[in-house]
Structures are given as structure tokens and as C-alpha cells.
Design a protein around this ligand. Structure first.
Ligand SMILES: Nc1nc2c(ncn2[C@@H]2O[C@H](COP(=O)(O)OP(=O)(O)OP(=O)(O)O)[C@@H](O)[C@H]2O)c(=O)[nH]1
Ligand SMILES: [Mg+2]
Length: 325
């Protein structure tokens, strides 16, 4: 699927536009994760490596620091140990190959596609804790779909914060998407019902629903999320067709807890991991995917409108190693 044009446009303040390939975005976006990841390994370049206790401790420490979590760390260590039985002395390239292959296997089943053509309108909902990047992600998605010639309607389902509605409206304008809000609403049900009706009436290709941030341990807010789904299903019984859980990549392993709790309420079909441009904890992406068995669909690599990319395991792994330097 070509989701974004092959080259990502970078709009400058002086009005000029240059293009940055997707590879570069992953690479610069994951700079901090990469630096952390390579810190431990780089000192080994060009040396003979003896796979002993000290070496394994070192590898273990930096895998933890990158937030790969216990299970992935254990499985990587195991793979390195297995290989050391065959050849106890090795080199950097070999260790790198082991880790790289392990990640490729890990993400082999990760399908980042969203088959928006399968339903008309296709209903997509974003959920997550406060500030995880839901509204921004929705705006970026509307823009990306507009680039593909799709007509989107955005529903302002966050009825708690007036500022949230304004923020979303600005994104809708930038993306050229339709927008529906009810500033006086006390809860999201009414506006979501009206929005779905409008989307059907206007023959929108996509209906994109923003929801308020909610802490996963606040039972009434989680119940409200269930209600939102029921309201949508009154009009389109098999919707939402995509439930994206938006996780802030900088929170590391805490994302796992959020994913578990939201998963109890919402049939999560995909994950969006945001703010990977500002963290050294990029490994959490692998840990969450492992735990949840849910595909990572998008990654947020900045605050600009085109800073959302479909997740690409090869680019992710390449960017961690920084082989494009
Ligand atoms: N650097 C960076 N910042 C991001 C990214 N995604 C979102 N942000 C920023 O994170 C902050 C919160 O984003 P929002 O989209 O408002 O988050 P939200 O989940 O809608 O927040 P609530 O509605 O309050 O729960 C904003 O300042 C965004 O610009 C990203 O991928 N990278
Ligand atoms: Mg929001």
C-alpha cells in the first residue's frame, strides 16, 4: 500500500517545499533510540567479541534500556547464546545480524494495512490515555487520506475540552476534511450519532472519530467508550472498522499496561505509537506488539502533518542500527 507519496513533503516557512524520503524520516525520527541502541554495540565494532558473562550482561543492559522488555530481551539473549555455542568468538556484524533477524521474525506477521476500501463509509476510531497523540494522529490521517483522494468526515468526539474541539477543527481544515462538532454537548454520544448519520448522508469515504483522553483505571470513562461503540453500531452494526489505540512511545513499558486495559473494552485492531522522534525507548514498540499480538499500524515521528508513517519493520530495524548513516 502506498499510503503516503513515496517522498514526504517538507513545507518551509518561506513557502518552499522539499521532499524527504520515508527512510530518512524513520532514520531521523528514531535517532535517540538508535543512539541508545548503538551505544552498547558500537564499542564492539572491529573487535573480536568473546561471548562470555560480561558481554551478555552488557547486551542485556542496553536491551533493557531501550525498553524492549523482558520477553524480547530474553529471546534475543537466547539467540546470541545459541550462536555462541557454535562459535564463542565472534564480531559485531554477526551480533548485529542475529538481532536484526530476530526482529524481522518478530514483526513478520505485522500487517500495517487498513483496508479502507472494504466499507463505505469506513469508520475509524482513535482511543488512548490523555495526551497520547490521538487528535494529532487523526489530523495526520485525514491529511494522508485526502492525499489519496478520499473524502473524510472528522467527528469531534472529545466533548470534555473546548480546546480539543478547536485543535481538531484546525487539523480538519488543514487536511481538507469535513468536520462536525457540538460545543455544548455534555457527553459524546449525541455528536457521534449525528456524525455517523452525516457521514452516511454525505457519502464520506471515511468517518474519523476522535475521543477524549481517558485513564484506563477510570471505570466510568472506560464505560463511556463502550457506549460510544454501541452508539456507532446502532447506525453501522459492523463499525468501527478500525479501532486504533494511540500510545505515547515515550512512556515505555507503561504503554503495555494501557494496551492491556483498553483491550478489555475495545477490540483494538491496531496500534499507533507516537512521539518516537523524542525518545530513546523505541524498543517498546516491539514489546507491545509481542504482548498484544496486535499490529503496529502507524508511528508518529514528529508534530507536522506528514509526520505519521505506516509502520515498516525493515525501516524500523534499519533505523535502530543506523545503517543509513
Ligand atoms: N514530537 C511529537 N509530538 C507529537 C506526536 N504526536 C503528537 N504529538 C504532540 O503531543 C501533544 C499531545 O497531542 P494530542 O494529539 O493533543 O494528544 P491527545 O491524545 O489528543 O490528547 P488529549 O485529547 O488531551 O487526550 C501535542 O503537543 C502534539 O503536538 C509525535 O509523533 N511526535
Ligand atoms: Mg485530543
Amino acid at each position: 500500500m502506498i499510503f503516503f507519496k513515496k517522498k514526504g513533503a517538507v513545507h518551509r516557512e518561506d513557502g518552499s517545499t522539499t521532499h524527504r524520503p520515508k527512510e530518512d524520516k524513520f532514520d531521523t525520527g528514531l535517532k535517540r533510540s538508535r543512539n541508545r541502541f548503538r551505544e552498547g554495540l558500537l564499542s564492539l565494532v572491529g573487535k573480536e567479541i568473546k561471548i562470555d558473562h560480561d558481554f551478555m550482561d552488557e547486551i542485556e543492559a542496553f536491551l533493557y534500556q531501550s525498553d524492549f522488555g523482558p520477553r524480547i530481551t530474553e529471546s534475543l539473549l537466547q539467540k546470541i547464546e545459541e550462536s555462541s555455542r557454535k562459535s564463542p568468538v565472534t564480531n559485531y556484524e554477526h551480533i548485529q545480524d542475529i538481532i536484526r533477524d530476530a526482529f524481522r521474525d518478530h514483526f513478520a506477521g505485522n500487517d500495517a494495512k487498513i483496508p479502507v476500501g472494504n466499507h463505505h463509509p469506513f469508520v475509524l476510531l482513535v482511543a488512548g490515555v490523555n495526551g497520547s497523540g490521538k487528535t494529532t494522529t487523526l489530523g495526520k490521517l485525514a491529511y494522508a487520506y485526502a492525499q489519496q483522494g478520499k473524502k473524510s468526515l472528522i467527528i469531534a468526539g472529545d466533548t470534555y475540552r473546548a480546546a480539543a474541539v478547536e485543535q481538531l477543527e484546525t487539523w480538519a481544515q488543514r487536511a481538507g476534511a469535513s468536520f462536525i462538532k457540538n460545543p455544548g454537548a455534555k457527553n459524546p454520544s449525541g455528536i457521534i450519532y449525528d456524525g455517523i448519520q452525516k457521514g452516511i448522508r454525505d457519502q464520506s469515504d471515511l468517518i474519523l472519530i476522535d475521543t477524549a483522553g481517558r485513564l484506563h483505571n477510570k471505570a466510568h470513562l472506560m464505560e463511556e467508550l463502550s457506549k460510544i461503540i454501541r452508539v456507532i453500531q446502532k447506525l453501522i452494526p459492523d463499525a468501527p472498522h478500525e479501532n486504533l489505540l494511540v500510545l505515547d512511545g515515550t512512556v515505555g513499558q507503561n504503554g503495555l499496561i494501557q494496551a492491556r486495559e483498553f483491550g478489555k473494552i475495545l477490540p483494538i485492531s491496531g496500534l499507533v505509537v507516537t512521539k518516537l522522534d523524542g525518545t530513546a525507548k523505541g524498543g517498546v514498540l516491539a514489546a507491545i506488539h509481542e504482548e498484544m499480538g496486535v499490529p503496529v499500524k502507524f508511528v508518529g515521528l514528529g508534530e507536522k502533518i506528514d509526520d505519521l508513517l505506516p509502520f515498516d519493520a525493515d525501516l524500523y530495524v534499519d533505523s535502530l542500527f543506523g545503517n543509513r548513516d
